[in-house]
Design a protein around this ligand. Structure first.
Ligand code: ADP
Length: 396
């Protein structure tokens, strides 16, 4: 079955068509600047990437352009849209309502809508994408795969905040965690690669991308993760501050004469590597380049980034009373070998030793610890689209 995987944001939309039997990507791309002017990126398997300016005032029009590209007689990969057997949608927040992926019925969409408050930037956009696909492909089954679902196994002691209970009671304020599709995919792949049952392994997954989070996976279940009610908690990220004393908000608000929205904007969009480096950039490669060129703020930002990851790994090793595998994934985790090495220097007490030659290699799946290392350290490329495709097929 061919599965169309859709990841819909407020002004962009990523898509892939995956053949679920061979798990090959038949085509993939991105619609950008939806509602502004519109750019369609389309790349068929084995073909050249096409970038076309195309009017897309709404998401429906953007998806229509994607579907047209997929069946284009010259460069399309499908003979007709009937070859799309299902659509898998990434949905950011499922609140406490969704502990697993689900078929998108009208009732389910209403429940997702109820979670909009928890992810006001993401969920409404996800829903727009789902509705648009339903209109254009009314007879094709649709599945929602939630970023939060994998973490619904966390125990209360991990997800409750130290604030009055009434806020949980009234508004469900708690830790939810994100990147669940990736943490689940990577931790399963780790078990497969080390040849041990998933249910017997303690894994810590470090998903280090522009957004970044760490997850403790104990015997196949997420038992803790660094992101919280929103993706702002936890690690230092591209533009997000991660953990911070909440009093800093009040302090900055008063000093800079900002309201809560103004301060939140700073913590979400102007902090992290971007803010700490005094504006060099949010992209790790820019920070690394500046650090190597001797820029102290960039070096400090990189050190703080690595230190925060190491602290979370330490915390989760304690939470699980041990760890078998530490896995790095996502843009930074998969590619920044020197940073991996820097992070792993904090793990001497765990008996971790890194094989620097292996660490400098560049493979989708590799072990970078020495054979006698007490904890295995691996690089495992994440693939959220494939995970969504698998979930979709499994449900149908
Ligand atoms: P997201 O999906 O959250 O946008 P990604 O997983 O694509 O994030 O990761 C983006 C990050 O990965 C950026 O900070 C980028 O600099 C970093 N990155 C990508 N390629 C490399 C590389 N070869 N070396 C170091 N960092 C890289």
């Amino acid at each position: 079955m061919n599965v169309l995987v859709i990841n819909c944001g407020s002004s962009s939309l990523k898509y892939q068509v995956i053949d679920s039997e061979t798990e090959e990507v038949l085509a993939k791309g991105l619609c950008e600047r939806i509602g502004i002017d519109g750019i369609l990126n389309y790349k068929p398997q084995g073909g050249e990437k096409e970038v076309t300016k195309a009017d897309m005032p709404t998401h429906k029009q953007a998806i229509q352009l994607v579907l047209d590209a997929l069946v284009n007689p010259k460069t399309g990969v499908l003979k007709s849209l009937a070859e799309i057997g299902a659509v898998g949608h990434r949905v950011v927040h499922g609140g406490e309502k969704f502990a697993s992926s689900t078929i998108l019925t009208e009732e389910v969409l209403k429940v997702i809508e109820e979670c909009n408050d928890l992810a006001p930037l993401h969920n409404p956009a996800n829903l727009i994408g789902i509705r648009a696909c339903q209109e254009l492909m009314p007879n094709v089954p649709m599945v929602g795969v939630f970023d939060t679902a994998f973490h619904q196994t966390m125990p209360e002691k991990a997800y409750m905040y130290g604030i009055p209970y009434e806020y949980y009671d009234k508004y469900k304020v708690r830790k939810y965690g994100f990147h669940g599709t990736s943490h689940s995919f990577v931790s399963k792949k780790v078990a497969e690669l080390v040849g041990k049952p998933y249910e017997e392994l303690k894994t810590i997954v470090c998903h280090l991308g522009n957004g970044a989070s760490v997850c403790a996976v104990d015997c196949g279940k997420s038992v803790d993760t660094s992101m919280g009610l929103t993706p702002l908690e936890g690690l230092i990220m591209g533009t997000r501050c991660g953990d911070i004393d909440p009093s800093v908000l009040e302090f900055i608000a008063k000093k800079e004469n900002l309201d809560i929205t103004g301060v939140m904007n700073i913590l979400n969009k102007k902090s992290g590597l971007l803010g700490m480096s005094d504006g060099i950039g949010s992209d790790f490669r820019d920070i690394r380049e500046a650090a190597y060129a001797g820029n102290k703020k960039a070096t400090d930002a990189m050190d703080a980034f690595a230190y925060r990851v190491a602290k979370y790994v330490g915390a989760y090793a304690a939470a699980m009373n041990g760890v078998d595998v530490i896995a790095f994934t996502a843009g930074i985790g998969e590619n920044a070998s020197a940073l991996r090495s820097q992070i792993c220097q904090y793990f001497g007490y765990l008996g971790v030793t890194i094989d620097e030659e292996a660490n400098n290699d560049n493979k989708d799946y590799m072990t970078i610890s020495t054979p006698d290392s007490k904890v295995k350290v691996m690089v495992v490329a994440t693939n959220e689209e494939l995970a969504i495709c698998r979930e979709t097929v499994a449900l149908l």
